[in-house]
Design a protein around this ligand. Sequence first.
Ligand SMILES: Nc1nc2c(ncn2[C@@H]2O[C@H](COP(=O)(O)OP(=O)(O)OP(=O)(O)O)[C@@H](O)[C@H]2O)c(=O)[nH]1
Length: 678
Amino acid sequence: MRLLNAFLRRFGSVKLRLSITGVLLIALSVAVTVGLVLNEVAARAEQVALDLSLAQTRKLARIMGARVVSLQLTLRAASDTMPVDQIDNHAAIRQWLEGQKVLGSALDMLMVLDREGRVVALRDDKGSTSPPLNLSDRPYFRQTIQQGRPVVSEPLQNRLNDRPIVVLTMPVRDHKGQVVGVMGGTVKLLSNALMSEVTASDGDDEGRVVITDAQGRLLAHDDARWLMRDAQTDPLLAEGIAHWQAMGRPVEPAGFSLHAGNRIISMAGVPDADWMVMRSAPVDSVLSVLRAGGRRALVIGTLVALAGGLVLLLVTHFMLRPLRQLEQRAHRMRDGVTPDDEGWPRALGEIGQLSRALHETLRERSAAAAANRELLSKLTALMDHAPLGIAFSQERRLVLVNGALERMLGYSAQELQGQPSTVLSPSVADAASLAHRINACFRAGRPFDEEVRMVRRDGSQFWGRLFGAPVNWHDPKASTVWTVEDVSHARSQREALSWLSTHDALTELVNRREFERRLNERLARPEADACCALFIDLDHFKAVNDTAGHATGDRMLVEVARRLQAQVRSTDTVARLGGDEFAVLLTACNRSDALQIAEQMRTAIEDIRLPWHDQALQVGASFGIVKLSSDLPDLSAVMAAADAACYDAKRAGRNQVRLHGNPGDPPTQPVPLNELLH
Ligand SMILES: Nc1nc2c(ncn2[C@@H]2O[C@H](COP(=O)(O)OP(=O)(O)OP(=O)(O)O)[C@@H](O)[C@H]2O)c(=O)[nH]1
């Protein structure tokens, strides 16, 4: 595996890949070229072999034809010297036949027949005879007599010895040119005197030359046992004979040749004889030289490919040197070397352009990176020193927080980063509601800006002013920047101020202004007359202050307030108007209920026993009740009426309840000036 990895790493080299590709291309082109050339040469060689074989076969056929003609001419020359007028004289013709030495050496047996086919004289190797033989039934005899021309017979059995022969005939003419007989000679196929040279001339272990008659019977074969057999039974000849038969067995001197299996077979007709010369030779013997040449070409091609690859390796080594320098330079860039120092390759062409472009790009990138680093350091400082908590979130998860937010929440930056933003909400419901409001803002194209309840790591809660906006408004969910300000203190101050504006700090009851606002609000409603207002003034409260001190007076005021508040419903309002004056607004309350409540209040105040040293301080209260009605159209009228009713209670001896406009009570008296000044 390590070796494979090492090879693959090496194979990453352009030089190696180019070289291997080059070698492969050269090898491929050599192989293809050699293959194509060999194929073409093989095709041409096959054609040449076919032509050559046919030419040789034709030549053999012509030689055979010439031999037949030569024999026929010899026969003719001999017949011309025959004493034709003594053709019926057996002794004379036998004697003449004895004298034909040349003819006797060329043909195996000589004979002279008369016109009736009777043997006049016959000469063989035993001498001359005149056997009582009649050969008039032989086709060659009849054909010679009838057509008056020389004939070469079909192969046939010698009647004397049963051996296969062919007979060459020549008509014998008298002085007038009339055919008076036939002169013939036989050729013994076994001795093969006529054909042996032809069949032996091209014979080798695998090649074969034979002669057949027009029917395909073997007249000459290097193995005498095959004579007179059908040539198609010889496996070396079968396909050639089949092809010849398919052509209709023409006996033409032009002949033909063919490539059958692994053999080249050619046939040509023998002129003046109805014979065919047939030659069969294995293809390999013809093409073996060519194949040997092809193998040599392949070896040479392989050597050329290797040499080409070596040259290519050297060329690419020098050509790619700048590229190697560029690669080394790139490594040094990664190691932090600035782009302006030395080491950039100087080269022409694409590598030079690549080097310059890379150099320029890296220079620009280096400058941009420096600017980015500076900007980043500023932003980091801004984040670190900002008094606000700052956070970036993506897909509702915190991805970056600053130190202020860490301190605000009690988490470390590592703990916060990656947390869902819901970790800042005190409950699931708060988180869901907050997310809903944030989405609504962003959808409306507005940044989110609200004070929300947040929770620290220790579970304590605080109010934070949360401001957030998408980094990219086109994709608000992608990334959002948030600032968080702890506004708990400001918010409690604000709430306190708001509370103080409507409440009395000592008793924590609503103050005069708030009471009047609520009373006005009631007066504005149609059902205002269903309400009653009580005005309460403590009796001789000054004495408490004077006796026990202001602080004790305050405690008494607080206790009075508590007891008043205890008598009313949540819909009613108890207020301290100032000093020792209180007021109550009873909603949905008639006069008798109001009287009852006032009486309960009075009793509750009367029952106060405020401890002071070893004594118990007491106080009373005077109550004036007003039923709201159309007769008292506004605030001042109501307050004046209540105040007057209270004053009546004071004058009646204090610690009493008086109802404004009650027919049983004496009419309310205006307050004397000296009482007001008391
Ligand atoms: N301890 C205390 N005393 C207050 C406060 N505001 C007013 N007072 C005192 O309340 C007293 C009110 O007295 P007055 O209204 O004169 O009359 P009184 O003593 O209650 O007598 P009558 O009303 O005539 O029964 C004064 O002595 C004020 O100084 C306060 O906030 N705390």
